[in-house]
Write a protein that binds this ligand. Structure first.
Ligand SMILES: Cc1cc2nc3c(=O)[nH]c(=O)nc-3n(C[C@H](O)[C@H](O)[C@H](O)COP(=O)(O)OP(=O)(O)OC[C@H]3O[C@@H](n4cnc5c(N)ncnc54)[C@H](O)[C@@H]3O)c2cc1C
Length: 459
């Protein structure tokens, strides 16, 4: 075994020991939480005296097996680090979430998605096995043949059954460039029909599609962005400088094309946090020129946003201008593809937020993942919208309206942000019985929070 791999394995083993020591150091009566530098969670959490587990030794890639196309990865390894390492072997994870600081453990327990999801499903579907520090303080290996109950219940459990310390994942080959085709639509029904066609055939006008997502600016202006991997050299665009990626896809009619390096394609949405960097002035040509390049990344905007939330700066400014405070509407929902147009029409009429991100998705196999029960062999569209609206009569009015609409149309809502479900509704939507059985078995003394407390009660 190469010395580098041996070193990485012993460093990881030491990291697990450190985690276990910190677990044992928490009094049995105290709740446990993860201490982690970055987060892509949007829910504001109640302040707690809970001790943070020391996960500092669980970063990085442990090994890549290029022949088997797999990698052993520490639970808190960011996708930024992970991709940099696997690309040395010409490989990437099957789904690479767009934000650099999302960790593999976070994407598996909290669900990630990206433009390969129409052919590769969700990140947890390419996890072959994982080691989990359970609430009971044991490190167990879970896979489709070992501790299966834990393996199936882990996705969408948000660290309430245990923490992933190592994951073995599948990888796939990748080429150095992505050729992009941006197709303009004047009707959402036409866009959704075209998306359905690409998902079904894996091609657009006879050309293979490896990546697919889309953006809605209004009912009359929406785009599909189809990408094809290629090794053909040639000029590429750069959206890490003065140009902004989402603006580059807009045009009057028909089709435009573009090319990016695979690196820049994978992180195309990170530089400006999709379009959300606009709220901080980062897209203004004058500011942008002086905005340090290292701060043009989602993690920096997320920090600014947390400061804003902490001091309610946005609401204070609104008040100064005689306006009412705003309700945060930051959500990703999965709609069955055949109900997507209906949802988008309703959304554009009801919720004053645009642009909207679209990403088609099909589970990769027929396996069931009870805490986020999507139907195998059914096409869905992830619909993402991240902004604020004027507050309504009741707390979370617009978020509640969205929850009801999503349920009416048989969609699902991710849990990384605010939720307002009753406990009964929540149980029905997120595998209540299976979850309770797994919780009893793997966290019998409730050392970790429970999913409802975390996702809805913001604990
Ligand atoms: C604005 C926004 C946009 C997003 N866009 C995307 C997107 O485009 N694509 C996408 O794929 N996802 C997206 N997400 C969702 C994101 O992937 C999930 O929130 C994911 O859980 C974040 O992972 P993280 O590593 O940052 O975890 P954190 O934010 O640190 O933690 C999330 C939760 O997971 C738990 N957790 C963290 N690490 C582990 C572990 N190793 N084992 C067990 N539990 C753990 C934490 O306790 C916490 O409850 C978005 C989220 C936001 C807020």
């Amino acid at each position: 075994m190469p010395a580098g791999v041996l070193n990485a394995r012993s460093a990881h083993a030491a990291g697990v020991q450190r985690l276990l020591r910190s677990y044992r150091g928490v009094p049995a009566t105290s709740p446990i939480r993860l201490a982690k530098r970055t987060s892509n969670l949007f829910r504001t959490r109640a302040k707690t005296g809970a001790t943070g587990l020391d996960a500092s030794g669980l970063t990085g890639v442990i090994s890549v097996d290029a022949a088997a196309q797999t990698a052993d990865v520490a639970g808190m390894c960011t996708y930024d680090e992970l991709v940099a390492e696997t690309m040395r072997s010409g490989l990437v994870p099957l789904v690479v979430p767009q934000l650099k600081t999302i960790t593999l453990g976070g994407a598996v327990t909290g669900l990630g998605i990206e433009s390969t999801s129409f052919r590769n499903g969700l990140p947890h579907e390419s996890v072959l096995e994982l080691d989990i520090l359970t609430g009971a303080g044991e490190v167990l290996t879970a896979s489709s043949s070992e501790n299966t109950e834990l393996y199936r219940a882990f996705p969408n459990s948000y660290g309430t059954l245990g923490y992933a310390v190592r994951l073995r994942i599948e990888l796939e080959p990748v080429k150095p460039f992505v050729a992009l085709t941006h197709v303009r639509f004047h009707s959402l029904a036409d866009l959704v029909a075209a998306m359905d066609g690409i998902v079904a055939t894996g091609s657009l006008d006879g050309v293979a599609v490896d990546f697919l997502d889309g953006v809605v600016f209004s009912a009359d202006e929406s785009y599909l962005c189809a990408g094809r991997q290629t090794s053909a050299p040639g000029p590429v665009s750069d959206y890490t400088g003065q140009q902004v990626y989402y603006r580059s896809i807009r045009h009057e009619r028909g089709v435009t094309t573009d090319r990016l390096t695979i690196h820049d394609y994978l992180w195309r949405w990170d530089t400006d946090w999709f379009w959300c960097s606009e709220a901080f002035g980062a897209q203004h040509p004058l500011f942008r020129r002086f905005w340090p390049a290292r701060f043009r990344r989602s993690s920096f905007y997320a920090t600014l946003m947390r400061i804003e939330q902490r001091f309610h700066l946005g609401d204070r400014i609104e008040k100064l201008h005689g306006k009412s405070p705003r309700e945060r509407v930051v959500q990703d929902v999965e709609m069955p593809l055949d109900r997507c147009t209906e949802f988008l029409d309703w959304f554009l009429e009801t919720v004053p937020i645009a642009p909207i991100w679209l990403c088609p998705l099909r589970l990769r196999a027929d396996d069931r993942w009870p805490l986020y029960p999507m139907r195998p062999r059914q096409s869905y569209v992830n619909v993402g919208f991240w902004s604020t609206v004027p507050v309504g009569q009741v707390e979370g009015e617009t978020n509640r309206l969205i929850e009801r609409k999503v349920d009416d149309l048989h969609g699902h809502k991710s849990l990384y942000s605010d939720s307002y479900y009753s406990r009964e509704e929540f149980d029905e939507l997120y595998g209540g019985d299976v979850y309770r059985a797994a919780k009893k078995r793997y966290d019998p003394d409730s050392r970790l929070l429970d999913l409802y407390s975390k996702a809805v009660q913001r604990q």
